[in-house]
Write a protein that binds this ligand. Structure first.
Ligand code: HEM
Length: 128
């Protein structure tokens, strides 16, 4: 089996993100959230996600948004975040190996954990 290379370039980021959202779009749990609930415009969302991961992993500083507010109104819970992480890790492992690949999986886990926690807190408060 050929040895996989690490994540180094913008082309690597694009491959990672395109492959990941291909999986998301075929997933019976996540695809309805992205397409049915949020009506995501993929032509603009994908470039935003290239910028986001390029900032995190290559330090380019291209992403300047605030991702959390976009997630707060979504009907998602821990099950959705677990699936998201499973697909993301599988995508990284299919294409890359090395410190940056490990960092990508670690950053995804940290952010997903915070998002899930904050959404859960918000939803429990909003029914009081
Ligand atoms: C249950 C899991 C998740 C779902 C269903 C979800 C869904 C979405 C949706 C619907 C959007 C809005 C797209 C649009 O602008 O139309 C979005 C944006 C975004 N998501 Fe997620 N997401 C999830 C998890 C994550 C995680 C774990 C991360 C980070 C590791 C992340 C990072 C982002 C970023 C950076 C944006 C762009 C925000 C902006 O427009 O600046 N998402 N997501």
């Amino acid at each position: 089996m050929p040895t996989l290379a690490d994540i180094h370039t913008e082309a690597d980021i694009k491959l990672l993100i395109d492959s990941f959202y291909d999986k998301v779009n075929q997933d019976e749990l996540l695809a309805p959230i992205f397409n049915g609930v949020a009506h995501v415009n993929w032509a603009t969302h994908l470039p935003t996600m290239y910028d986001f991961w390029s900032s995190l992993l290559l330090g380019t500083g291209r992403y300047r948004g605030r991702p959390f507010p976009k997630h707060l109104p979504l009907p998602v819970d821990a099950t959705h975040f677990q699936r998201w992480l499973t697909l993301f890790r599988a995508t990284v492992d299919e294409h890359f190996a090395g410190p940056k690949a490990d960092e990508a999986k670690q950053r995804a886990l940290s952010i997903a954990t915070v998002f899930e926690y904050r959404i859960r807190q918000y939803n429990s408060l909003s029914i009081l």
